[in-house]
Design a protein around this ligand. Structure first.
Ligand code: ASP
Length: 383
């Protein structure tokens, strides 16, 4: 289905018969971020100063775990366990949060995000779509571990059927740490989710006063508070105590609008990490375990050693979808440059990193897309 048609359906679903604040009359207009100035400021700063309770935006917090819900181990100076505090504990740690939005909270899971999986993704996505379809919230905040927050954000970005904002927040320090960053990040996330200017921007990640889009955001440092970056595009906005500021007008350019898959697990797609002195063992192992798709985390511009190139091309010849991404961390993998995708039967990931390429390939496979040329077009639309 053409992207404009998908966006039209998303817009229609969101606006049909529902009292959605700021919903444009024309869904095409809404999808393009051209809602009227009265309904939605296109860009710039909107104030989050507190309003009277009856007029507060409604924000639902869905908690999944992570360090933001982590607690210190009693016998260690540095050790902690992720996913111990509840959604309500997180809210209670932020004075005045109920002055920004009328809050609801639900616990979806309580796990470290290194254990995030297809089952939780489907549960989370179904719940978000259910809340928005029932007009149960103006925005949703998901609390999440930082290790895989970019993956969950990317997945949700392509399966949430609403122009309303979904904001993922996490923290680098557990809730019991000195200068824990979770409470401030949760406050920022609620500010963004409550802001009318956040509509039509898909799923976002908010940490350390910075708003990132789901397509480009990635974790760049193992422990620093300033770890999230958007290496190809830069952040899409900033938050301070009083205001949310977006750099550009909203334009919903990346969402492909897939239905939430019916059941887990999603089709198996393995990531092949390239390095010097590599042979084809990892490719053959993945195929032996039933991979229907392979993502190369290539060196440089999605490159790899000759035996691996041959094995990947042979796999593509047998109908396995093969995507060339890069382990470098920024930049786009160029189609038909040093490796010729046309000859190899491979797809270039363009701007998507290996983890996000894997998710897009899973979503395409589960929706029956198996033609490499169509896969290439979808990577172009999503990156
Ligand atoms: N391992 C933790 C997690 O991803 C790290 C964090 O949240 O910062 O759940």
């Amino acid at each position: 289905m053409a992207r404009s048609s998908i966006l039209r359906i998303v817009g229609l679903l969101a606006c049909s018969g529902l009292l959605v604040a700021g919903c444009a009359n024309d869904p095409e207009e809404s999808a393009a971020g051209k809602t009227s100035a009265a309904a939605q400021p296109a860009a710039g700063t909107s104030s989050n100063q507190s309003q009277s309770p009856g007029t507060l935006p409604r924000v639902t917090i869905l908690a999944t775990g992570g360090t933001i819900a982590g607690k210190a181990n009693a016998n260690s100076a540095v050790g902690y366990t992720a996913g111990e505090a509840t959604a309500q504990d997180l809210i209670d740690a932020v004075p005045g949060l109920d002055k920004i939005a009328a809050l609801q909270a639900e616990q979806i899971s309580n796990i470290g995000s290194q254990d995030m999986n297809d089952e939780v993704w489907l549960k989370l996505a179904d719940r978000i779509n259910e809340i928005f379809a029932a007009d149960g919230a103006d925005g949703i905040v998901v609390t999440h571990g930082t290790d895989t927050i970019e993956e969950t954000a990317f997945f949700l970005d392509h399966v949430v059927a609403s122009p309303k904002p979904v904001v993922l927040v996490g923290s680098m320090r557990p809730s019991t740490a000195l200068s824990a960053d979770g409470p401030a990040n949760l406050r920022s996330g609620v500010q963004v989710a409550a802001d009318p200017a956040a509509r039509d921007r898909g799923t976002m990640v908010v940490l350390n006063d910075t708003i990132h889009g789901a397509t480009d955001v990635t974790k760049s440092n193992t422990t620093s508070l300033q770890t999230f970056v958007s290496p190809n595009t830069g952040p899409i906005g900033h938050v301070d105590a009083a205001a949310v500021t977006f750099a550009e007008p909203a334009e919903q350019q990346t969402r492909l609008g897939f239905p939430v898959p019916d059941s887990a697990p999603l089709p198996r797609v393995d990531i092949i990490y390239s390095h010097a002195g590599m042979d084809a063992t990892a490719v053959n192992d993945a195929l032996g375990h039933g991979a229907r798709g392979l993502v190369l985390a290539g060196v440089g511009d999605g490159n790899t050693a000759k035996p691996v190139v041959s094995a990947l091309s042979a796999a593509a010849g047998k109908g396995v979808l093969v995507v060339r991404s890069s382990r470098v961390g920024s930049g786009a993998v160029v189609r038909n440059a040093e490796l010729n995708d046309d000859e190899l039967g491979t797809v270039s990931a363009l701007g998507l990193n290996p983890a996000k390429s894997r998710i897009l390939l899973q979503l395409l496979l589960v929706n029956g897309v198996t033609d490499p040329q169509q896969v290439q077009r979808d990577f172009a639309a999503a990156s």
